[in-house]
Design a protein around this ligand. Structure first.
Ligand SMILES: Cc1ncc(COP(=O)(O)O)c(C=O)c1O
Length: 361
């Protein structure tokens, strides 16, 4: 009792977002060497970064100095990569941090944040910590946005709408037409393009035309740098200014800032791997369609959501685990019957298919 009273009520009551386990923890639990584990539960990129990025990191100097609080070199590289103005770009310690910074800058206690569900769990777990209420709006059968329902859910207290495109975990895009309609509500729209490079299409043009559209991106997926925690956003000027005020001065490390420059300088290497993953995604999708107990959903990202019939999703998850394959399973009401499989190397895909062949039908 005593210790509980020291905590804020929102911390006591908030939904806990359970991050995936580390490779080491999983390997230890399964009793196999880490290199035998196919870690396909967090949409990481098995190819990692190019050798040039590793070389740039190995030769970093001045590590006794704090990183550039203005992130100038990394922002210049990102301005060149995205075509967005330097002044409207800001980096975070992962795009996760940018989500927190936005909430910090924008919501007052009692405000609403709208999340079309199912979507990325962080959109549900973080807003209550800032005093905001999460209003979930179910997507349609095929996971497209229910625009009328979103519009109906908007009140004067609505501060943000989170729109992942491609959406995690459903893999589908927000269309320009859908975004156009939501822009007219005047609510600040967070278009989270964490998987942009795998989709090859972006809604970034909206950030030039409207002051209520934000685009978030990350180096965790396409650039194979999840471990360094690098996210960035393209923000309307007034939001960018607010974020500079609320962010910690040294939120992005020297290593992360250097990796941005090096990765963008070697984008051909990276995009060649992105292309391989896209090819494997199509091969895996076509193969999954052939199992009568599965229903894969088309995906524009580096993962495939797959419905498992007859309430056997958790059983299949355990079956994969026995083969040292880790995929994402869910306990929530929307995704209980689904598994999300990260698309890895051709060998990963082969292992998935071999395991499926021995799943008792
Ligand atoms: C839609 C979406 N946004 C953001 C993130 C977090 O990215 P980062 O590693 O940059 O924090 C993820 C990671 O899974 C994601 O799926």
């Amino acid at each position: 009792m005593e210790t509980q009273r020291r905590l804020r009520a929102t911390v006591e009551n908030t939904i806990e977002y359970l991050p995936v386990e580390s490779l080491e923890t999983i390997a230890e639990r399964l009793g196999v060497p880490p290199e035998q584990v196919a870690k396909l539960d967090a949409n990481e990129n098995p190819y990692g970064p190019p050798p040039t990025v590793i070389a740039a990191l190995a030769t970093l100097s001045d590590l006794h100095l704090y990183p550039d609080p203005d992130q100038r070199r990394a922002r210049r590289a990102l301005a060149e990569y995205t075509g967005a103005p330097f002044d409207r770009i800001l980096l975070g310690n992962g795009s996760d941090e940018l989500i927190d910074l936005l909430l910090l800058a924008v919501v007052e206690p009692g405000d609403d944040v709208i999340v079309p569900v199912p979507s990325f769990g962080v959109y549900l777990s973080r807003p209550p910590l800032f005093g905001a209420r999460v209003v979930t709006v179910p997507r349609t059968e095929t996971f497209t946005l229910d625009l009328a329902a979103i519009e109906q859910a908007i009140t004067p207290r609505t501060k943000l709408i989170f729109l992942a495109s491609p959406n995690n975990p459903t893999g589908n895009l927000v269309t320009p037409h859908e975004l156009e309609r939501l822009v007219r509500t005047g609510v600040l729209l967070v278009v989270d393009e964490a998987y942009y490079e795998f989709a090859g299409t972006t809604l970034q043009a909206f950030t030039d035309r409207y002051d209520n559209v934000i685009v978030l991106r990350t180096f965790s997926k396409w650039a194979g740098l999840a471990g360094l925690r690098i996210g960035y956003g393209i923000f309307p000027p007034h939001i960018a200014r607010a974020l500079w005020r609320v962010k910690q001065p040294f939120n992005v490390s020297v290593a992360a800032q250097a990796a941005v420059e090096a990765a963008l300088a070697d984008r051909e290497w990276l995009m060649e791997r992105v292309e391989r993953i896209r090819r494997e995604r199509e091969r895996l999708y076509a193969a999954l369609l052939r199992y009568p107990f599965l229903r894969p959903y088309p995906s524009e990202a580096n993962f495939i959501l797959c419905r498992v019939h007859d309430g056997r999703a958790h059983e299949l998850h355990a079956h994969f685990l026995r083969a040292a394959i880790v995929v994402r399973r869910y306990d929530d009401e929307w995704l209980r019957d689904d598994l999300r499989i990260t698309v890895g190397t051709p060998e990963h895909v082969n292992r998935i298919l071999e395991a499926l062949d021995t799943f008792p039908a």
